[in-house]
Design a protein around this ligand. Structure first.
Ligand SMILES: [Zn+2]
Length: 157
């Protein structure tokens, strides 16, 4: 995995720009501006600002080719997506990750190929499965800790 990705925080708006670069391998600002004008109704200046920020962050490379700047991605889409999902999963109790993965699978259409890959991955995971997933939450931020310490809080339960 790329080390750049872990340190990067890509905003929702920047993500829109990254998708254009990932899909087209190398593009000029004109092309990015055109695509995002259609989808997001952004002005030229908005897209240019975002491109500039992504270059500053190290997510994009830019090179002058003739009179035009060509943008290429410095991070791979799959690495960025993985970093993004890890970020989301860091916000929930580890004990809950199995349930969340289950609901993600339930809510989305998958191909036979996807299911085949998931089955193979689950089969591999059996070798490393644990009796109970360790909770690493701060006390008071998840149910498990409340139970451990015999605290009872009204409402949510
Ligand atoms: Zn927890």
């Amino acid at each position: 995995m790329s080390t750049v990705v872990g340190r990067l925080h890509i905003t929702d708006a920047e993500w829109e720009v990254m998708r254009v670069i990932w899909a087209n391998t190398q593009v000029t600002s004109k092309e990015v501006i055109f695509i995002l004008k259609e989808k997001m109704d952004w002005k030229q200046a908005t897209t240019k600002t975002l491109l500039g920020r992504l270059v500053e962050k190290g997510a994009l490379n830019t090179e002058l080719e003739g009179r035009k700047f060509i943008y290429t991605a410095n991070i791979e889409e799959k690495d960025a997506v993985r970093s993004y999902t890890n970020d989301i999963f860091s916000r929930i109790c580890r004990k809950n990750i199995g349930n969340v993965v289950e609901s993600i699978i339930e809510d989305h259409t998958l191909s036979f190929d996807d299911i085949q890959k998931l089955e193979e991955m689950l089969e591999k995971k059996k070798a490393f499965a644990v009796e109970e997933v360790d909770c690493q939450c701060v006390e008071g931020q998840c149910d498990c800790n409340l139970h451990h310490h015999g605290m009872k809080m009204g409402g949510m339960g």
